[in-house]
Design a protein around this ligand. Structure first.
Ligand SMILES: Cc1cc2nc3c(=O)[nH]c(=O)nc-3n(C[C@H](O)[C@H](O)[C@H](O)COP(=O)(O)OP(=O)(O)OC[C@H]3O[C@@H](n4cnc5c(N)ncnc54)[C@H](O)[C@@H]3O)c2cc1C
Length: 493
């Protein structure tokens, strides 16, 4: 047995959550290993909706343009009536970008391509997932975690400071921790398959028998390829036949036989829908992220997005604590992310009920732009009058102007692993410190024209966390609180 492997973080699971965390840690220079029990990358389209808030995160992680090139906009939905007539609607809320919300429509990207883009980004720092490596046991001794990993070369013991269970809905890590996973089985199973077919044009999302759980079936064309993603409820009992012939028979039982001809099945899966939330996201030095912590129906396309955002919330906190910030910072991961997942479970279950009644429209509520952490112990609001922007809110983008009059996007200033401190005109000077980039906004500052920046008042400041949420908003008379806040969350002076 090889016991020589040491690392700061061991990430178990190279799905969307594990890869996002790995990219964030890589850009922070944190040492980690990323393992997955699969022999190679996951191949299916499964979670294909990248919501606007996740697009902002992927911009920060340097992958949004590649993802946009791999994906495309959601096609209109074509709902067929029993007489063969149909109505085309754009059931997904899509609005043009604004200055403060640069992404306002979900992007359709098959999950396997999202993960491939994240792997490519990771490779730019010299990292890659170790496939065929399964976590089989671990012990947290208070000082670190000894993890047993079985791979082609036998068993290794990996000594790490923190273990992350990003190992999906059936999480081994969650089971080993004996963390409860209460919730309910929703009495519904579904098939999802990537198929090549004849008989449908690839410009719309074809939906048949909406609201009829016995016959409902849909075919969504996937961008830049000849595949459709088939989704349909299936009987609760019995195994689904996911072969070409099996899927052909399944379609023929719902549509006029021969109307659609299945040519190939590239990937297929069947699953029971559940809505469950882990009782804890952290036990000692072990954390749960993504589907390991919450599972729910796919309606509304929230799962992958919530998983990515879990990882994005945890990444900077792990980086800060490993660099010397107080360990209590890590407790805020569960404090902040568990309520978000609880809300998301309610939303996706509600959308499932509406889908059962044939209602497929999705509004802004699935974009995740309005989620935040106002009630968090990390949100310090002493900004004077209640403002549209408060501590805990997502920091909106803005266009400011530099000394030469050049436009500077706030998201560009925030991009990277640092904190961003925006000082209002006349605010007391703040000593430079590691990991905090300060900008004085207003006359005489580096950014003389604050444009339509929200929340910042003369003499005060807005401190934006590395994950793009307002950590602190302080009025002119409250600036003394800044140093204490930074010491609690960041590397000491
Ligand atoms: C039909 C369908 C449609 C969906 N549509 C959407 C959508 O539009 N938008 C959206 O946001 N979400 C959607 N989802 C949900 C989304 O696919 C999941 O939420 C997402 O995959 C969760 O990512 P994850 O990284 O947490 O887990 P996973 O993707 O499940 O990854 C977990 C990884 O851990 C590995 N692993 C497990 N155990 C071990 C072990 N012991 N050792 C090592 N590795 C291990 C697994 O091999 C796997 O690669 C959909 C899901 C389905 C089924």
């Amino acid at each position: 047995m090889d016991v020589s492997r040491e690392t700061d973080i061991l990430i178990c699971g190279a799905g969307a959550a594990g890869l996002t965390l790995a990219v964030d840690l890589a850009r922070r220079g944190v040492s980690f290993r990323l393992i997955d029990r699969l022999d190679g990358p996951f191949a299916g389209s499964r979670g294909k909706g990248i919501q606007p808030r996740t697009q902002e995160i992927f911009e920060d992680l340097g992958v949004i343009d590649r993802l946009a090139a791999e994906g495309g906009p959601y096609p209109p939905q074509r709902a067929y009536r029993d007489d063969g007539a149909h109505d085309d609607t754009q059931g997904i809320a899509m609005s043009p970008p604004t200055v403060d919300e640069p992404y306002r429509a979900p992007l359709l990207v098959p999950q396997s391509r999202t993960e491939a883009v994240l792997r490519d980004r990771l490779a730019e720092w010299g990292h890659r997932p170790d496939y065929a490596s399964r976590l089989t046991a671990f012990v947290d001794d208070g000082e670190g975690v000894r993890a047993h990993v079985t791979g082609a070369g036998g068993e290794q013991v990996v000594r790490c400071r923190y273990l992350i269970g990003a190992d999906g809905g059936r999480s081994f890590v969650r089971h080993a921790l004996e963390v409860g996973f209460p919730g309910k089985t929703l009495g519904m199973r579904a098939m999802v398959a990537d198929i090549v077919l004849d008989g449908l044009e690839p410009t719309v999302w074809h939906r048949f028998h909406e609201g009829d759980m016995q016959r409902q079936i849909s075919f969504c064309p996937l961008p830049h390829c000849d595949l459709f993603q088939l989704q349909a409820p299936i009987p609760f009992d019995g195994a689904a036949d996911l072969s070409v012939d099996g899927i052909q028979a399944f379609i023929d039982a719902r549509l006029p036989p021969g109307a659609i001809r299945v040519r190939a099945v590239r990937w297929a899966s069947d699953y029971a829908m559940n809505a469950r939330l882990a009782d804890h996201y952290r036990v000692g030095r072990v954390f749960l992220v993504g589907d390991a912590a919450h599972i729910h129906p796919p309606t509304g396309g929230q799962g992958l997005n919530t998983s990515v955002q879990d990882a994005y919330n945890l990444g900077w906190k792990l980086g800060a604590v490993l660099a010397g910030a107080p360990a209590a910072l890590l407790d805020t991961y569960e404090e902040e992310r568990r309520p978000i997942a609880a809300g998301m479970l309610g939303l996706s279950t509600h959308l499932l009920e509406r889908a059962r009644q044939g209602e497929m429209r999705r509004g802004r509520e699935v974009h995740q732009l309005d989620l935040g952490y106002r009630g968090s112990s990390l949100s310090l609001d002493r900004g004077g009058d209640p403002h549209r922007l408060m501590a805990g809110d997502r920091m909106p983008d803005a266009v400011l102007r530099g000394a030469g009059g050049q436009a500077r996007r706030l998201f560009d200033l925030m991009a990277g692993p640092h904190w961003t401190l925006l000082l209002g005109a006349g605010a007391a000077p703040v000593a430079p410190r590691d990991g905090v980039r300060a900008w004085r906004v207003g006359l005489g500052g580096a950014l003389p024209d604050g444009g339509d920046l929200s929340g910042l008042e003369a003499g005060g400041c807005v401190l934006v966390r590395p994950d793009g949420y307002v950590g602190a908003r302080l009025a002119a008379g409250e600036m003394g609180g800044l140093a204490a806040y930074l010491a609690a969350v960041s590397v000491p002076f």
